[in-house]
Design a protein around this ligand. Structure first.
Ligand code: MG
Length: 156
């Protein structure tokens, strides 16, 4: 077994969609970034790459590369899975925690899990998504941004 951890933060800003786990979440602001800024998928990819010993998404998909401008992070996740497949690594499970004061994400979590499981080619039971607030504290509490942690196990 190989363990991986990923962490990412994106700033909330006007005039952007809020995409989390491949779900277009209705909200008055969205996450800023070069791609679709799906912070949840970014943290998950870094966990997967970390477990595989494959550096990180910044190295793999640089934000200076125009090919990745506005790209769906779910497509990047599929590319990460392709690389894992080349190394004969399979996902044991992944567990993701989103830190956001608002909006409430509970109702969107089943769809996020389905999207992630489909992109990763694993049963939905192997992908867990949780959401929590930070009690109004810090940058997630003030609504400046959304953060996400992810851990995963890969089987060789
Ligand atoms: Mg990111």
């Amino acid at each position: 077994m190989r363990i991986g951890h990923g962490y990412d933060v994106h700033r909330l800003t006007e005039g952007r969609k809020l995409i989390l786990g491949g779900v277009d979440v209705p909200f008055e602001r969205g996450l800023d970034g070069h791609s679709d800024a799906d912070v949840l998928v970014h943290a998950l990819m870094d966990a997967l790459l970390g477990a595989a010993g494959e550096r990180d998404i910044g190295a793999l998909f640089p934000d200076t590369d125009p090919r990745y401008e506005g790209i769906s992070s779910m497509l990047l996740l599929r590319e990460v899975m392709r690389r894992l497949g080349e190394k004969k690594l399979r996902v044991g499970n992944a567990d993701v925690t989103v830190l956001a004061q608002r909006p409430k994400l509970k109702d969107h979590i089943p769809q996020m899990r389905e999207n992630l499981a489909r992109a990763m080619g694993v049963p939905v039971e192997r992908v867990n998504v949780k959401a929590t607030t930070e009690e109004g504290l810090g940058f997630t509490g003030s609504g400046e941004g959304i953060a996400c942690h992810a851990v995963c196990l890969l089987e060789e």
